[in-house]
Design a protein around this ligand. Sequence first.
Ligand SMILES: Nc1nc2c(c(=O)[nH]1)N[C@H]1C(S)=C(S)[C@@H](COP(=O)(O)O)O[C@H]1N2
Ligand SMILES: [Mo]
Length: 416
Amino acid sequence: MDSSSKLSRRAWITTASGVVAAGLIRTQTDAIRLDAQEAPPPDPTKVPGRLVSPVGQRAPTERPERLLRTEALSSSSRTPLHELMGTITPADLHFERHHAGIPDIRLENHELLVHGMVDRPMVFTMDDLMRYPRVSRIRFLECSGNGGGVYSRDRMPTEVTVQAIDGLLSTSEWTGVPLSTILREVGVRDGASWILAEGSDSAVMSRSVPLDLLEGALLAFGQNGEMIRPEQGYPLRLFIPGLEGNTNVKWLRRIEVTDQPTHTRDETSRYTDPLGDGTARQFSLVMDAKSVITFPSYPYVLPEEGWWEIRGLAWSGRGRITRVDVSTDGGRNWTPAELQGPIFPQSTVRFRHLFEWNGRDTLILSRATDETGYVQPSVQQLWEARGPQTSYHQNHQRAWRIARTGEVTFGLGELV
Ligand SMILES: Nc1nc2c(c(=O)[nH]1)N[C@H]1C(S)=C(S)[C@@H](COP(=O)(O)O)O[C@H]1N2
Ligand SMILES: [Mo]
């Protein structure tokens, strides 16, 4: 590419909406960041550096237009998984999903009511809650609607990013008070088996969760070292490791202990899975094991053949990931990838696999296995289990095609 087309492309980027631009400018691999460069700065050893500042910022040459949550104007925004490293999602890139906007809540006014089948119904201020012993846990959060765009046989996209497909996934270090501590304070009565959790947004989003899935649950107010962000539920959210995103009620204001599910609007009108045999299942709350390749993926272009590192993320709501296999021949042969430790339960794990691209048309896939022995299914296996239409829990294997030109596109359609 000559420098004038670089310049004009840059001019276009600054005027177009960041969302569109982020999708269009990626014609280089992440190894080669040539475009959108300013004139070179002076020798940094010869001029004084910038002074300290109260809040840090990203390097301008990291092209901040890439580090955007897309679909920022709808009711969800997605994490740019293909632009991130390691496992932790920067808090400002955590995906967002809300049913009626982000409420404006002040710490000093927020209260949590815990009542129902308990000995001592109690109201907790944030000061009360923040005085209890805390824990911090690195855990993923995934919307069960994630991946919805790549399930239908008739509609397999090709020019689509991993962000657009699976960006309703993020991982943070969450800090809070174990829910079990607060349930001990109020004294759960014999016979209780569920809770109802309710948010103070204008959707008054509420979900029922069985007590026996709440073992690791947190009343969370911290995210990656700072107070949880408004988008993530400031000042308090229920965080239930491994369960579908929707049960992680944000802006949490009420927990009612019950002996049955409440069947709220949010759990009857949505979040139910049709099964292949014509029945449906409700309360399929645990997120099944899944993996995605984040590099190479659309819109990267491999500039030459040779050794390349396939990189991605794997996670399971049922515990630890024990194994990720990678195929570089469309799913015929599989090789174990390297897993980056430490591996936490219900957290994303970074996997890496070196492969030598021979310049031919290549279809790459990944397949996760968790500590229960569950193996991420192929799309055919999932269709068989769940039928042709389902809106949630589409955790089947994904594929990327590397064309002879080095261009990478979503490749699942070639296998079905
Ligand atoms: N009160 C409330 N809690 C909520 C929601 C909501 O709209 N209101 N959305 C849910 C859904 S569908 C998901 S996937 C997660 C998203 O959490 P995040 O926005 O922090 O990523 O929050 C859940 N908790
Ligand atoms: Mo969700």
